[in-house]
Design a binder for this molecule. Structure first.
Ligand code: Z5A
Length: 217
C-alpha cells in the first residue's frame, strides 16, 4: 500500500519546526516508516536552489524567477524523494509544499493562481498532500517570534503587508479545501498547540486505519 504525504504550512514563526517533531513522533509511535523533508530543499539540488532563494544578497530576484526556482526544487523533491518513498509504503512529512507557493508567490507576490496551478500539474506531477496542518497566527506575533533568530533571509526581509497577504492566501486555501486542511490556532501556548496537533493527527491516523499501539503500563 502507498504511504501518505502530510504537510505543515504557516507564516513566519508559526512553529512548524516545533510541531514537526511532535507529528513525527506520533507517526513513529504507530509503527509508520517516516521520511521527513523540507521545502525549498530536501535533495542536494533542492538545497542548492534553497541557498539561492534565501540569499539576502539577491533582493533583485523577480517574482517569476522565485516562482520557477520554488518549483525547480519541488520537481526534484517529488521525483527523487517523495514519489519513491510513497511507492515503497513510507510516509512523508514535509515542512511546506505547494500550498506555500500559492500563499507566498501567489498571495505575497501576486503571481496568478492559474500559473501556479499549471506548474503544480506539471512540475509537481499533480501530487497533493493527504493532510495539511495550517499553523495560523497573527502576523505580528509570528514576526516577534521569528525576530529572535538572527539575520533575516531574503524572504523574511519582506514587510508586514506581504505576510498579511500570505496569511490571507493560506486561510483562503484552507477554507476552500476543508477535507484536506486542518486549521491549527498557533498563537496559543505551545502545550495547547501540541494538544490540538495530537488530536488532529490521531484522528487522521484512525481514519486511515492505522492501529494504535498499546504501551505497557
Ligand atoms: N517559501 C516560499 O516562498 N514558497 C514556497 O513554495 C516554499 C517556501 C516551499 C523558507 O521556509 C522560506 O521559503 C519561507 C517561505 C518560503 N520564508 N519565509 N518567510 P522555511 O519553512 O524553511 O522557513 P520559515 O518559514 O522562515 O520557518 P520559520 O520561520 O522557522 O517558522 P517555523 O518553523 O514555523 O517556526 P519555529 O522555528 O518552529 O518557531 C519559531 C520560534 O517560535 C522558535 O523560537 C520557537 O521556539 C517559538 N515558538 C514556536 N511555537 C511557539 C508557541 N506556541 N509559543 C511561543 N513560542 C513558540
Amino acid at each position: 500500500m502507498n504511504g501518505k504525504l502530510i504537510t505543515l504550512e504557516g507564516g513566519e514563526g508559526a512553529g512548524k519546526s516545533t510541531v514537526l517533531s511532535s507529528v513525527h513522533a506520533l507517526l513513529a509511535q504507530r509503527g509508520l516508516d517516516v521520511v521527513v523533508t523540507r521545502e525549498p530543499g530536501g535533495t542536494p539540488a533542492g538545497e542548492a536552489i534553497r541557498s539561492v532563494l534565501l540569499n539576502p544578497g539577491l533582493r533583485g530576484m523577480s517574482a517569476e524567477t522565485e516562482l520557477l526556482l520554488m518549483f525547480a526544487s519541488r520537481a526534484q523533491l517529488v521525483r527523487e524523494l517523495i514519489q519513491p518513498a510513497l511507492a515503497a509504503g513510507r510516509w512523508v512529512l514535509a515542512d511546506r509544499f505547494t500550498d506555500a507557493s500559492f500563499a507566498y508567490q501567489g498571495g505575497g507576490r501576486g503571481q496568478p493562481a492559474a500559473r501556479i496551478a499549471e506548474l503544480e500539474r506539471w512540475a509537481a506531477a499533480g501530487l497533493q498532500p493527504d493532510l495539511t496542518l495550517l499553523l495560523d497566527l497573527p502576523v505580528s506575533e509570528g514576526l516577534k517570534r521569528a525576530s529572535g533568530r538572527g539575520a533575516a533571509d531574503r524572504i523574511e526581509m519582506e514587510n508586514a503587508d506581504f505576510f498579511e497577504r500570505v496569511r490571507a492566501a493560506y486561510r483562503e486555501r484552507a477554507a476552500a479545501e476543508p477535507q484536506r486542511f486542518r486549521f491549527i490556532e498557533a498563537g496559543r501556548a505551545l502545550d495547547d498547540v501540541l494538544a490540538q496537533v495530537r488530536d488532529v493527527v490521531d484522528a487522521f491516523l484512525d481514519q486511515c486505519g492505522i492501529d494504535r499501539v498499546e504501551v505497557d503500563a
